[in-house]
Design a protein around this ligand. Structure first.
Ligand code: FPP
Length: 243
């Protein structure tokens, strides 16, 4: 989809309102890896590792369920405040995930996309990411957008500054500069582990999204839970401020 088509569709959808139809773009705040591990007296790193296993299954499910985009909050701009060894575990998992799963994405028409400023990650990971982006750039079935060093307020500020530099600070002009500009509108935002907040994730994009909060801890999240959230979404009537 071109940027222009994405914007036109967003405006059309907002004007039309009415029943939601199937979701096209789902985003997930994957929370609860630490608590999952703690409950089992395991190191946090094991919780994160099981979290990656859940990511793999959910990406496969998103593809089978026909989602056009799945956006996952993997590492926030605030996660740098975590202890160094945990950051290093998360980077190690990210490195291993790209290495092991890129073939599957390439073979199954999955396009990888990154939102956030990933260029400050360790240089070997930046290289792996850029190779994976190039390798899957022409895939079009499902986009897997991974948020890395991502903060929504920073994204909005950057987008507004870019729009201003081009001369117009309008909603459409800011949207066109967001990291998600080439994705369909966000339909459904899921957060696991019982926390009910957005934590600086997709604040702009969530303006008309449905929200689905579940107590399930991320490593226990299965394609069945995604199905449940999508079924719920399909019953919602979205009015975009109208009646
Ligand atoms: C929250 O659990 C989860 C994260 C901080 C990161 C999510 C990361 C992954 C699922 C693994 C890496 C992802 C990819 C795509 C390779 P938490 O540690 O905040 O859990 P807690 O709130 O129970 O302590």
């Amino acid at each position: 989809m071109t940027l222009r088509q994405a914007q036109d569709e967003r405006v059309d959808a907002q004007l039309a309102g009415g029943s939601s139809g199937p979701a096209r773009h789902v985003a997930i705040i994957m929370d609860g890896n630490g608590r999952w591990a703690k409950k089992r007296l395991l190191p946090r790193a094991v919780g994160h590792k099981r979290g990656v296993d859940a990511v793999r299954e959910v990406v496969r499910a998103a593809r089978h369920m026909g989602l056009e985009a799945l956006t996952l909050y993997a590492f926030s701009s605030e996660n740098w405040k975590r202890p160094e060894d945990e950051i290093s575990d998360l980077m190690g998992l990210l490195r291993a995930f790209i290495r092991s799963d890129i073939e599957e994405f390439a073979a199954n028409d999955v396009r990888l996309k990154i939102i956030g400023d990933y260029k400050v990650l360790p240089p070997d990971i930046v290289k792996l990411i850029e190779d994976a982006l190039a390798r899957t750039a022409h895939n079009s079935r499902t986009t897997l957008a991974v948020a890395l060093n991502y903060g929504s307020q920073q994204e909005i500020a950057r987008a507004a500054a870019a729009a201003a530099a081009k001369g117009a600070v309008t909603v459409a002009a800011i949207e066109a500069e967001l990291d998600t500009a080439d994705l369909p509108p966000l339909d459904l935002l899921i957060r696991t582990s019982g926390e009910v907040r957005l934590s600086n994730f997709l604040l702009w994009q969530a303006a008309y999204a449905e929200m689905w909060f579940t107590d399930v801890l991320w490593p226990d999240f299965t394609p069945g839970h995604l199905r449940e959230a999508l079924d719920h979404f399909a019953t919602r009537e979205r009015r975009y401020g109208g009646r």
